[in-house]
Write a protein that binds this ligand. Structure first.
Ligand code: C5J
Length: 222
């Protein structure tokens, strides 16, 4: 199998063209736009905007090559039967999961606020995973979808770095996927948490995976 070297940390990532899926985590209005779930928790959602352009650059690169793309959405069924009470009752948000906000019911499947932002909207042929948890493998068909396409590596983007992105990286790592986190294509409401997550991923010889700047990924693609 031919591989393409990407300058990454903690060491070179050998990308397998066509077998590396781009996984874009939760770039949905509920987290990125005002009035959604992210803001209901008291966060400054404008901090996530920085990840949109770099994620689009990756998406265009993957689309141009016909390589597999996965989009995820954190979402619950309208009756909230897949939302543990512990998740819904946690903390003291201004609105809870399932409550009506400006973009419809928060984190509920099919609501306007639950859609991926228009700039990154999925197109036909791309995998869209609705996930009730923070990780993209928990209670979803993601593993089966990846196996059906022969995917062995994940190039990961999305929000938020230390919550759904990191949980997915750890789930994927335990399932045997080599994961590369693209630094500019992920963001957090807490920049220090983003930086710490990247360090956690690459520490101890890549205990969770690799990290690389966007330019290194784009420059290496065949
Ligand atoms: C959060 C996510 N932060 N997509 N979800 O609750 O990271």
């Amino acid at each position: 199998m031919s591989t393409t070297p990407i300058a990454a940390r903690p060491f070179q990532f050998d990308l397998q063209p066509g077998r590396a899926a781009l996984v874009i985590i939760d770039m949905q209005r509920d987290f990125i736009e005002p009035g959604g779930f992210g803001e209901s928790l008291g966060n400054d959602v404008s901090l996530l905007e920085a990840a949109v352009g770099p994620t689009l650059a990756l998406l265009q690169a993957w689309r141009a090559r016909g390589w597999p793309v996965v989009h995820t959405r954190e979402s619950h069924l309208p009756d909230l039967s897949d939302c543990p009470p512990a998740k819904r009752s946690r903390g003291n948000p201004s609105l809870r999961i399932g409550d009506a906000g400006p973009g419809g019911r928060l984190l509920v499947r099919g609501e306007p606020g639950n859609q991926i932002i228009p700039t990154l909207a999925p197109i036909d042929g791309e995998i869209v995973i609705d996930k009730p948890g923070k990780g993209a493998f928990y209670a979803t068909p993601l593993q089966a979808e990846l196996q059906a396409r022969g995917v062995t590596q994940l190039v990961v983007a999305g929000v938020t770095t230390e919550v759904c992105v990191q949980t997915t990286l750890r789930e994927a790592n335990d399932r045997g996927y080599d994961c590369l986190l693209v630094e500019e294509a992920t963001a957090s409401y807490f920049p220090a948490f983003k930086a710490a997550t990247i360090e956690m991923v690459v520490a101890q010889g890549g205990i969770v995976g690799w990290a690389a700047p966007l330019a290194a990924v784009l420059a290496a693609l065949p």
